[in-house]
Design a protein around this ligand. Structure first.
Ligand code: ADP
Ligand code: MG
Length: 572
């Protein structure tokens, strides 16, 4: 093919692909525009995961009638005017790409009023082309509605996840901006139901309460580098680190509760995540990640925001200093505000009480108070895919050493118990007879906007596992029953983490994921000392599972050294 310049439509679609990855990217761009316009109230309404429609309403400065078409032209912006402005960006937008990109892949209607004019303007575009423009009255501000996203880009449409997953990504975007701008009142309605509303009172703690709930917020400590002694001795850079961080026991399974804002721009950054995690070193259990909302303010010429079309990554000119500033500020707030006793408790290796261990091992007791350990069935009556094993002992508080008919077996105690529990949960699920534990009093279960999007669509599925919950108003559910196998544990945390995990999964994998979560959560940990009886019981139960050789995640539960191998190794 000869070389030729691409036509406008193709160029627009290519460019749009970088800015608009999924519905949540549209919400991000529109919310950023509303913030740049100085809004104090921003409302987001979405339908059908944002694919059907996204509507963002603000009370900002609006767009003058004569500039409305320009706003949809590529590289048209009111925010910068020369290359030197790029070194000193004070707004969230500056590339002039969002509106044209969105208009290239969806139908758009914009109603705006800048004040001081006769009336506001309503403009409609399809496929990036203006189809209508007329006067329309409106109070100052802008309402933009985006419909039929990716209608003309079927490849993208196919790549999107389920409606609830897309809704949860959008809820996350709204939540992050609510945390970044406590002085702005945000609201989010998903399919007509309000799932987030912040007061806009201007206080970070209030925003955290609105987004994560009171229980989490009450376990957050403030970080303010201007109040800390090291500011006097830090380098030449003027870096301020402010925000709130959670006590270690709030630790979550993923990094989804780490929020970073650089000069009030929401960014993802490995460096910053490491800096915060470093500050928690020795305080969090392995595999747990902190809850933190961290604002970093530094001179605009110290950070390059123009490295990514979606502007979600930044480059620090002096990364080392920023890392140290964040790490020190967070560490200092942890050590100064946290009661020492807690530090020790959390830092100590995990060790459950003996009665708890027994309950976990013998486990399907529906009334934990009365549960008494009973002996495992006689191994001879079992159909087993593992030979009968004789437990020899435990090594490194993590592995069980056992002898079988033709060699030595090493069993990973955590993986093995996970397999046992997994099979039990799956069998109950298949038989549609989950063993449930009724709660003496229904417990309230509060979720974040992001989790709520998922919760709504998996309520029924969860009830098949014995988690009986019903909607109870604002992002709150009333829980009456929980799966018996998870009852003794912190089931509430487990289900919240499960909701976070489901957000990133195909719907078809949800069942598998729920089973694995319930199985994993209460399983014996590595590092836990087991008694002879407990080891025996675990090995017997493992023998009975359908697939004793791997844990639900596919890692091996058991390693065998057969007699021949041993003889070879010893040169006999
Ligand atoms: P950028 O934000 O990078 O300037 P956009 O394509 O997002 O580019 O927006 C183009 C222009 O349209 C902005 O520079 C701004 O002048 C105007 N604009 C967009 N959204 C709004 C809004 N909600 N309120 C006021 N002006 C807006
Ligand atoms: Mg913009």
């Amino acid at each position: 093919m000869p070389i030729k310049v691409l036509d406008k439509e193709t160029v627009d679609q290519i460019a749009a692909g970088e800015v608009v990855e999924r519905p949540a990217s549209v919400v991000k761009e529109l919310v950023e525009n509303a913030i740049d316009a100085g809004s104090t109230q921003i409302g987001v309404e979405i339908r059908g995961g944002g694919i059907q429609s996204i509507k963002v309403t603000d009370n900002g400065v609006g767009i003058p009638s004569g500039e409305v078409e320009l706003a949809f032209q590529r590289h048209a912006t009111s925010k910068i005017s020369s290359p030197k402005d790029l070194l000193n960006i004070g707004s969230l937008g500056f590339r002039g790409e969002a509106l044209p990109s969105i208009a290239a892949v969806a139908d758009v209607e914009l109603i705006t009023y800048a004040g001081g004019e006769k009336s506001g303007t309503c403009i409609s575009l399809e496929g990036g082309v203006v189809t209508q423009k007329k006067g329309q009255s409106r109070t100052p501000g802008t309402t933009i509605t985006v419909r039929n996203l990716f209608k003309r880009v079927p490849a993208r449409l196919k790549f999107l996840k389920s409606v609830s997953t897309e809704s949860s990504h959008i809820a996350n975007v709204a939540s992050q901006y609510a945390l970044a701008y406590p002085e702005v009142g945000f609201s989010l309605a998903v399919d007509g139901k309000e799932t987030l509303k912040t007061s806009g009172k201007g206080n970070l703690l209030d925003a955290i309460i609105d987004v994560y709930g009171v229980a989490t917020a009450s376990k957050m400590m403030s970080v303010d580098s201007t109040q800390q002694s090291w500011t006097a001795v830090r380098g030449n850079l003027d870096i301020h680190v402010m925000g709130m961080v959670g006590v270690p026991e709030l630790g979550r399974a993923g990094r989804g509760y780490l929020s970073f804002f650089v000069n009030r721009r929401w960014v993802t950054s490995r460096t910053l995540a490491y800096a915060v995690e470093e500050a928690y070193s020795g305080l969090l259990m392995t595999g747990r990640h902190p809850v933190a909302v961290v604002n970093i303010a530094l001179p605009p010429d110290e950070v390059d925001v123009n490295i990514h079309p979606a502007k979600s990554e930044v480059k620090f000119h002096n990364e080392g200093e920023v890392f140290r500033a964040v790490q020190r500020a967070v560490r200092q707030s942890l050590t100064s505000q946290m009661p020492v006793r807690q530090v020790e408790e959390v830092a100590a290796p995990y060790k459950a009480t003996p009665s708890y261990q027994l309950e976990q091992l013998w486990g399907t007791a529906t009334d934990s108070a009365k549960a008494t350990p009973k002996r495992a069935e006689s191994p001879s009556t079992l159909i087993s895919t593992l030979p009968v094993l004789r437990v020899v002992g435990q090594v490194m508080n993590a592995y069980i050493v056992a002898e079988g008919p033709d060699g030595l077996y090493l069993i990973d105690q955590h993986a093995a118990h996970e397999r046992v529990r997994y099979d039990r949960v799956r069998r109950q699920r298949e038989a549609k007879k989950p063993e449930v534990q009724g709660l003496l009093e229904p417990a309230t279960f509060e979720v974040t906007p992001r989790q709520d999007a998922i919760m709504k669509s998996c309520l029924e599925q969860l009830s098949d596992f014995g988690f009986g919950a019903e909607s109870f108003g604002d992002r709150t559910y009333l829980v009456r029953t929980v799966p018996a196998i998870a009852a003794g544990d912190d089931w509430s945390l487990m289900f919240k983490e499960l909701l976070d995990a489901l957000a990133g999964e195909e719907r078809s994998k949800w069942e598998e994921r729920i089973t694995a979560s319930i199985a994993c959560h209460g399983a014996i940990k590595s590092g836990q000392v087991l008694s002879e009886e407990e080891m025996q019981s675990l090995v017997r139960q493992l023998e009975q599972t359908d697939n004793p050789h791997t844990c639900p995640h596919g890692r091996p539960t058991i390693i065998k050294l057969n007699a021949a191998q041993l003889e070879r190794e010893f040169g006999r």
